[in-house]
Design a binder for this molecule. Sequence first.
Ligand code: PLP
Length: 436
Amino acid sequence: MTHEDPIADAVLDLVRSADPDAGAILAREAERQQHTLELIASENHVSPAVMHAMGTCLTNKYAEGYPGKRYYGGCAHHDEIETLARDRAKQLFGCAFANVQPHSGAQANGALFLALLSPGDTFASLELSDGGHLTHGLKVSMSGKWFNPVHYPLVRDAKSPAFETIDYDEAERVCMEAKPKLIMCGYSAYPRVIDFARFRAIADKCGALLHADIAHIAGLVATGEHPSPFPHCHVVTTTTHKTLRGPRGGLFLTNDEDLAKKFDRALFPGMQGGPLMHVILSKAVAFGEALKPEFKTYQQQVVKNAKALASALTEHGYRITSGGTDNHLMLVDLRTRDAELTGADAERWLEAAGIITNKNGVPQDPRPPVKTSGLRLGTPALTTRGFREGEMQQVAALIDRALAGKGDESAIAGVQRDVEAMCERFPLNAVVGAGA
Ligand SMILES: *Cc1c(COP(=O)(O)O)cnc(C)c1O
């Protein structure tokens, strides 16, 4: 089952005996994770220490407020935990202020809007269909409903060497025209390096604050595999559970004391109530892991694996948008391999074969979001499992076999057997790069 994680086994036994219904579901999910290949770019497998730090007595406590300024008694150790998590976050990202309380990346972005904008204010972000996140101005999200988003695109000219990378000239034009209060950069499906210095020049020119949302690339940023948003960005938000490989949660970072105070007040009491102190302990443990040299080796391998997967898929006839990847993820345009193939079919057939992905629109995708022409693939989880470049070539071959069969059940069953064999060779317990 979960092999050499006796605590996970004990937790499962405990839940099963206390609540057989809930325990049976947990057992099925543990099996699913063990027996499938996880290629969703925003997911990862945490170490046992990060996992089990969450399952502690800290969940029993209310600690509203911040260290030294709590609204409840009995918070001495919670002050210690939050201070430890903050100090490690600051060290990891090389900045002066950190707020470790956001419950998620979306909550962090919500608090950022509350801190820096008033309803109706204009902000700039990437076109959502080009890889932006829903908290960056989707009509039905708070960001799009109560604020006024203007968007910059990717380069549309297929003959340009910069095709499908951020169109910085157009971003400047859009921002000079709309004069946003805030410019957002940092995305959910963008495979290339972000030029934070260029964005800062635009922000200074139009009088905006610059925000980087490094939810996807935080692990790469922490180890220098992607340039840091500091000193260029005024404010930074991230999740802690993607490449950073911590518990599910959010994080805010800045070098500006005044902006730090505004964010703190906007998050609590503006947005959230009591902090999830069990998750904050786990964040501290994850940041501790990320500060170790093994974590840099891990992030380097994540990038090498992404390049290996992208080039192997290219050899199989798939088009990788923008021509490749600099980070942990890629967008695969399926149409060059099979004009009829949709992201929705590909996601479904791959899942049947034990390969977990998500359909994703490619830039200027003519198909609707429920179908799409692409898949988003990422290597953080498989790299945690111990996969290297050679295995990524095998994964590309398995993906192509499953898709070439166009849903044929025996083809899928054959791939599924090979996926199973790979999962046996790389059990989940051996979290790579977590340190001893
Ligand atoms: C994942 C993501 C978020 C939101 O994170 P949640 O924890 O799911 O709320 C925010 N911004 C970007 C760019 C993301 O990719």
